[in-house]
Ligand binder design. Structure first.
Ligand code: APR
Length: 237
Protein backbone atom coordinates (compact mmCIF):
# COMPACT_ATOMS: atom_id res chain seq x y z
CA UNK A 1 0.00 0.00 0.00
CA UNK A 2 1.27 3.53 -0.75
CA UNK A 3 2.39 5.67 2.20
CA UNK A 4 -0.79 6.62 4.07
CA UNK A 5 -1.94 10.17 4.51
CA UNK A 6 0.49 12.18 6.67
CA UNK A 7 -2.21 14.56 7.87
CA UNK A 8 -2.98 14.56 11.59
CA UNK A 9 -6.16 13.03 12.98
CA UNK A 10 -7.01 14.12 16.51
CA UNK A 11 -9.70 12.09 18.25
CA UNK A 12 -11.53 13.44 21.33
CA UNK A 13 -13.30 10.64 23.19
CA UNK A 14 -15.67 10.53 26.12
CA UNK A 15 -17.49 7.90 28.16
CA UNK A 16 -19.64 6.93 25.19
CA UNK A 17 -16.76 5.19 23.40
CA UNK A 18 -16.43 2.82 26.37
CA UNK A 19 -20.18 2.32 26.91
CA UNK A 20 -20.27 -0.80 24.69
CA UNK A 21 -17.40 -2.21 26.71
CA UNK A 22 -19.80 -2.23 29.65
CA UNK A 23 -18.57 0.93 31.39
CA UNK A 24 -21.24 3.39 32.47
CA UNK A 25 -21.37 6.89 31.07
CA UNK A 26 -22.08 9.80 33.40
CA UNK A 27 -25.20 11.54 32.16
CA UNK A 28 -27.17 8.91 30.29
CA UNK A 29 -30.01 7.10 32.02
CA UNK A 30 -28.57 5.10 34.94
CA UNK A 31 -25.31 7.01 34.44
CA UNK A 32 -22.72 7.34 37.18
CA UNK A 33 -24.02 10.73 38.23
CA UNK A 34 -27.52 9.28 38.49
CA UNK A 35 -26.29 6.97 41.25
CA UNK A 36 -23.62 9.06 42.97
CA UNK A 37 -23.42 12.72 43.99
CA UNK A 38 -20.35 14.38 42.49
CA UNK A 39 -19.92 16.26 45.79
CA UNK A 40 -19.61 12.95 47.65
CA UNK A 41 -17.04 11.16 45.47
CA UNK A 42 -15.36 13.43 42.89
CA UNK A 43 -14.18 16.65 44.56
CA UNK A 44 -11.18 17.55 46.76
CA UNK A 45 -13.67 18.38 49.55
CA UNK A 46 -15.14 14.87 49.35
CA UNK A 47 -11.61 13.45 49.63
CA UNK A 48 -10.84 15.57 52.67
CA UNK A 49 -14.19 14.75 54.31
CA UNK A 50 -14.49 11.00 53.63
CA UNK A 51 -11.54 9.44 51.75
CA UNK A 52 -12.83 5.91 52.35
CA UNK A 53 -16.06 6.71 50.47
CA UNK A 54 -14.07 8.21 47.56
CA UNK A 55 -11.75 5.19 47.47
CA UNK A 56 -14.73 2.79 47.43
CA UNK A 57 -16.20 4.65 44.44
CA UNK A 58 -12.96 4.39 42.46
CA UNK A 59 -12.23 0.81 43.62
CA UNK A 60 -15.60 -0.25 42.19
CA UNK A 61 -14.98 1.51 38.87
CA UNK A 62 -11.40 0.19 38.70
CA UNK A 63 -12.60 -3.42 38.96
CA UNK A 64 -15.15 -2.75 36.20
CA UNK A 65 -12.37 -1.33 34.00
CA UNK A 66 -10.21 -4.38 34.66
CA UNK A 67 -13.10 -6.64 33.59
CA UNK A 68 -13.91 -4.56 30.49
CA UNK A 69 -12.47 -5.19 27.03
CA UNK A 70 -11.79 -2.73 24.19
CA UNK A 71 -14.68 -2.64 21.69
CA UNK A 72 -14.60 -2.22 17.88
CA UNK A 73 -14.35 1.57 18.22
CA UNK A 74 -11.16 1.42 20.30
CA UNK A 75 -9.81 -1.30 18.01
CA UNK A 76 -10.52 0.63 14.81
CA UNK A 77 -8.55 3.66 16.03
CA UNK A 78 -5.61 1.41 16.94
CA UNK A 79 -5.81 -0.23 13.51
CA UNK A 80 -5.60 3.19 11.84
CA UNK A 81 -2.44 3.97 13.82
CA UNK A 82 -0.90 0.59 12.97
CA UNK A 83 -1.57 1.36 9.26
CA UNK A 84 0.74 4.37 9.60
CA UNK A 85 -1.78 7.19 10.03
CA UNK A 86 -0.98 9.99 12.52
CA UNK A 87 -3.62 9.44 15.23
CA UNK A 88 -3.53 11.33 18.53
CA UNK A 89 -6.25 10.42 21.01
CA UNK A 90 -7.31 12.93 23.66
CA UNK A 91 -9.63 11.15 26.05
CA UNK A 92 -11.75 12.33 28.96
CA UNK A 93 -11.92 8.70 30.05
CA UNK A 94 -9.86 7.33 32.91
CA UNK A 95 -10.00 3.74 31.61
CA UNK A 96 -7.12 2.16 29.66
CA UNK A 97 -9.18 0.70 26.81
CA UNK A 98 -7.50 2.81 24.10
CA UNK A 99 -4.10 1.56 25.26
CA UNK A 100 -5.29 -2.03 25.57
CA UNK A 101 -6.66 -1.82 21.99
CA UNK A 102 -3.14 -0.83 20.88
CA UNK A 103 -3.27 2.97 20.57
CA UNK A 104 0.07 4.44 21.66
CA UNK A 105 -0.57 8.20 21.49
CA UNK A 106 -3.20 8.75 24.18
CA UNK A 107 -3.54 11.88 26.33
CA UNK A 108 -5.76 11.50 29.41
CA UNK A 109 -7.39 14.83 30.25
CA UNK A 110 -8.97 13.58 33.49
CA UNK A 111 -6.35 11.10 34.70
CA UNK A 112 -6.11 7.33 34.76
CA UNK A 113 -7.94 5.05 37.20
CA UNK A 114 -5.20 2.39 37.07
CA UNK A 115 -2.71 4.81 38.62
CA UNK A 116 -2.39 6.41 42.05
CA UNK A 117 -0.68 9.71 42.66
CA UNK A 118 0.87 11.66 45.50
CA UNK A 119 -1.65 14.01 47.15
CA UNK A 120 1.12 16.61 47.26
CA UNK A 121 2.90 16.23 43.90
CA UNK A 122 0.63 15.23 40.95
CA UNK A 123 3.70 14.30 38.92
CA UNK A 124 4.42 11.35 41.24
CA UNK A 125 2.43 8.49 39.70
CA UNK A 126 2.19 4.88 40.88
CA UNK A 127 0.66 2.18 38.63
CA UNK A 128 -1.95 0.01 40.37
CA UNK A 129 -1.22 -3.38 38.83
CA UNK A 130 -3.77 -5.00 41.11
CA UNK A 131 -6.01 -3.96 43.99
CA UNK A 132 -6.49 -0.33 44.88
CA UNK A 133 -5.45 2.37 47.35
CA UNK A 134 -6.04 1.71 51.05
CA UNK A 135 -6.90 4.68 53.29
CA UNK A 136 -3.65 6.08 54.67
CA UNK A 137 -1.41 4.51 52.00
CA UNK A 138 1.67 6.67 51.53
CA UNK A 139 3.81 7.11 48.43
CA UNK A 140 7.61 6.60 48.56
CA UNK A 141 8.00 10.31 49.34
CA UNK A 142 5.79 10.00 52.40
CA UNK A 143 2.67 11.82 51.18
CA UNK A 144 -0.78 10.28 51.07
CA UNK A 145 -1.74 8.38 47.92
CA UNK A 146 -4.95 9.33 46.07
CA UNK A 147 -6.56 8.28 42.78
CA UNK A 148 -4.80 9.78 39.73
CA UNK A 149 -8.07 11.40 38.66
CA UNK A 150 -8.85 15.08 38.05
CA UNK A 151 -11.75 15.99 40.34
CA UNK A 152 -14.28 18.74 39.79
CA UNK A 153 -12.76 22.08 40.71
CA UNK A 154 -9.20 20.90 40.08
CA UNK A 155 -6.87 22.10 37.35
CA UNK A 156 -6.56 20.00 34.17
CA UNK A 157 -2.77 19.94 33.55
CA UNK A 158 -3.17 18.10 30.22
CA UNK A 159 -5.50 20.78 28.81
CA UNK A 160 -2.68 22.94 27.40
CA UNK A 161 -1.01 20.08 25.49
CA UNK A 162 -4.46 18.92 24.34
CA UNK A 163 -5.21 22.39 22.97
CA UNK A 164 -1.88 22.41 21.13
CA UNK A 165 -2.72 19.07 19.49
CA UNK A 166 -6.19 20.18 18.42
CA UNK A 167 -4.74 23.43 17.05
CA UNK A 168 -2.53 21.35 14.72
CA UNK A 169 -5.22 18.88 13.66
CA UNK A 170 -6.10 18.34 10.01
CA UNK A 171 -9.22 16.41 10.99
CA UNK A 172 -11.03 16.21 14.34
CA UNK A 173 -13.11 13.18 15.28
CA UNK A 174 -15.23 13.43 18.46
CA UNK A 175 -16.72 10.23 19.86
CA UNK A 176 -19.17 9.66 22.71
CA UNK A 177 -19.09 12.85 24.75
CA UNK A 178 -21.88 15.17 25.80
CA UNK A 179 -19.47 18.12 25.46
CA UNK A 180 -20.81 19.50 28.73
CA UNK A 181 -17.71 19.51 30.94
CA UNK A 182 -15.15 22.30 30.82
CA UNK A 183 -12.48 22.72 29.78
CA UNK A 184 -12.70 19.60 27.56
CA UNK A 185 -15.74 20.95 25.72
CA UNK A 186 -13.75 24.05 24.73
CA UNK A 187 -11.20 21.94 22.86
CA UNK A 188 -13.35 22.12 19.73
CA UNK A 189 -12.79 25.89 19.71
CA UNK A 190 -9.04 25.30 19.45
CA UNK A 191 -9.44 23.56 16.09
CA UNK A 192 -8.22 25.48 13.02
CA UNK A 193 -11.09 27.11 11.11
CA UNK A 194 -10.40 24.92 8.08
CA UNK A 195 -10.28 21.70 10.15
CA UNK A 196 -13.34 19.51 9.54
CA UNK A 197 -14.92 18.02 12.67
CA UNK A 198 -16.90 14.78 12.75
CA UNK A 199 -18.94 13.59 15.74
CA UNK A 200 -20.05 9.98 16.34
CA UNK A 201 -22.69 9.61 19.07
CA UNK A 202 -26.30 8.32 19.03
CA UNK A 203 -27.23 11.89 20.07
CA UNK A 204 -24.72 13.60 17.76
CA UNK A 205 -27.32 15.79 16.07
CA UNK A 206 -28.46 17.00 19.52
CA UNK A 207 -25.05 17.74 21.07
CA UNK A 208 -22.95 18.94 18.14
CA UNK A 209 -22.40 22.55 17.12
CA UNK A 210 -23.80 23.37 13.65
CA UNK A 211 -20.35 23.34 11.96
CA UNK A 212 -19.76 19.74 13.01
CA UNK A 213 -20.72 16.79 10.79
CA UNK A 214 -22.91 14.62 13.03
CA UNK A 215 -23.24 10.82 12.75
CA UNK A 216 -26.06 9.57 14.98
CA UNK A 217 -24.46 6.19 15.52
CA UNK A 218 -23.06 3.97 18.25
CA UNK A 219 -19.28 4.24 18.52
CA UNK A 220 -18.77 0.57 17.70
CA UNK A 221 -20.52 1.12 14.34
CA UNK A 222 -19.62 4.67 13.34
CA UNK A 223 -15.90 4.64 14.17
CA UNK A 224 -15.04 1.39 12.34
CA UNK A 225 -17.10 2.58 9.34
CA UNK A 226 -15.09 5.81 9.07
CA UNK A 227 -11.78 4.03 9.67
CA UNK A 228 -12.50 1.43 6.96
CA UNK A 229 -13.21 4.29 4.52
CA UNK A 230 -9.90 5.98 5.37
CA UNK A 231 -7.92 2.74 5.18
CA UNK A 232 -9.47 1.84 1.79
CA UNK A 233 -8.71 5.29 0.41
CA UNK A 234 -5.27 5.46 2.05
CA UNK A 235 -6.15 8.90 3.32
CA UNK A 236 -8.42 10.82 5.70
CA UNK A 237 -11.49 11.81 3.67
N1 APR B 1 -21.54 5.19 21.35
C1 APR B 1 -21.28 6.53 21.22
N2 APR B 1 -21.71 7.46 22.09
C2 APR B 1 -22.44 7.03 23.14
C3 APR B 1 -22.76 5.67 23.36
C4 APR B 1 -22.26 4.73 22.40
N3 APR B 1 -22.51 3.42 22.53
N4 APR B 1 -23.50 5.57 24.49
C5 APR B 1 -23.63 6.84 24.97
N5 APR B 1 -23.02 7.70 24.15
C6 APR B 1 -22.90 9.15 24.28
C7 APR B 1 -24.08 9.85 24.93
O1 APR B 1 -25.08 10.14 23.96
C8 APR B 1 -23.42 11.11 25.47
O2 APR B 1 -23.42 12.14 24.50
O3 APR B 1 -21.81 9.42 25.12
C9 APR B 1 -21.99 10.67 25.76
C10 APR B 1 -21.70 10.50 27.23
O4 APR B 1 -21.78 11.76 27.84
P1 APR B 1 -21.35 11.87 29.39
O5 APR B 1 -22.00 10.77 30.15
O6 APR B 1 -21.58 13.29 29.80
O7 APR B 1 -19.79 11.54 29.40
P2 APR B 1 -18.61 12.52 29.02
O8 APR B 1 -19.02 13.52 27.97
O9 APR B 1 -17.43 11.67 28.71
O10 APR B 1 -18.36 13.30 30.41
C11 APR B 1 -17.26 14.18 30.44
O11 APR B 1 -17.66 14.56 32.78
O12 APR B 1 -18.17 13.81 34.86
C12 APR B 1 -17.13 14.18 34.05
O13 APR B 1 -14.93 13.45 34.31
C13 APR B 1 -16.17 13.06 33.83
O14 APR B 1 -14.82 12.65 31.87
C14 APR B 1 -16.15 12.89 32.32
C15 APR B 1 -16.69 14.21 31.83
Amino acid sequence: MSQPDSRRLVVLTGAGISAESGLKTFRDGDGLWENHRIEDVATPEAWARDPERVLRFYDERREQVRRARPNPAHQALARLERAGFAVRIITQNIDDLHERAGSSDVLHLHGEILKARSSVDPRLLYPLARGGIRPGDLCDKGSQLRPHVVWFGEAVPAYGPACDSVAEADLLLVVGTSLTVMPAAMLLDAAPVECPCLLVDPRASEVSPRWVTAFDELASRGVPRLVEQWLAAGRLL
